[in-house]
Design a protein around this ligand. Structure first.
Ligand code: URA
Length: 196
């Protein structure tokens, strides 16, 4: 109900900041809502803030964020102009552990409303947590990456295309997978450029 009542991104951010329904908030330093160009055609959804993001209060500012920025730059996108970046979780899980299903479920209505209000032309689901949270599919990211899905978002007529791809922190650990991620980025670029 809180998420649905937000009529603008600023109202949604205020609702998230005031939300006490996710226990992670108590151990986090900051609420990490979003970064980048509100209203951008590309919306990136990651997993959860890490230590750097928690300290600074913005998503994807640590090592994996720097890789994300380079990946986006390679297809002509950056958070200052034409990309909008957020996570499924707005608070850091202690020690960067994987979020629980309950934590994801508590934040998810805000994420759906976030998409409805940001109105991107395409969504990049960065990693397994964002992919399974938004697609509600049992297969893991290894099977789902590189594929397009149509998100049905309350408040948006039609659907929003979303591509699942590897998370940059996975790519830092497994650089041999960068070729697949590059193919996903090119698919994303051509989707964004189509029909313009
Ligand atoms: N990993 C994420 O998924 N999100 C961030 O903001 C930082 C690291």
């Amino acid at each position: 109900a809180l998420a649905g009542a937000a009529a603008t991104l600023a109202e949604l951010e205020a609702a998230v900041r005031g939300f006490a329904g996710c226990a992670l908030k108590r151990t986090a330093t900051n609420t990490v809502f979003a970064d980048g160009a509100a209203g951008a055609e590309l919306m990136v959804i990651g997993e959860a803030p890490g230590a750097d993001e928690d300290r600074i209060g913005r998503p994807f500012v640590g090592r994996s964020g720097q890789l994300l920025d380079r990946m986006l730059a390679a297809i002509g996108y950056d958070r200052r102009h034409n990309a909008y970046i957020t996570n499924v979780l707005f608070w850091r899980p202690p020690g960067n552990r994987k979020p629980t299903n309950e934590e994801v479920a508590a934040c998810l209505p805000f994420v759906w409303r976030h998409i409805a209000l940001a109105r991107p032309k395409a969504v990049m689901l960065s990693g397994g947590t964002a992919t399974s949270a938004l697609l509600r599919r049992a297969e893991g990211i290894m099977r789902l990456r590189g594929r397009w899905f149509e998100l049905e978002v309350e408040g948006i007529d039609g659907t929003v295309p979303a591509i699942a791809t590897y998370h940059p922190s996975f790519l830092l650990r497994s650089p041999a997978r960068k070729g697949e991620a590059w193919r996903d980025l090119l698919a994303l670029q051509s989707k964004l450029k189509s029909g313009q």
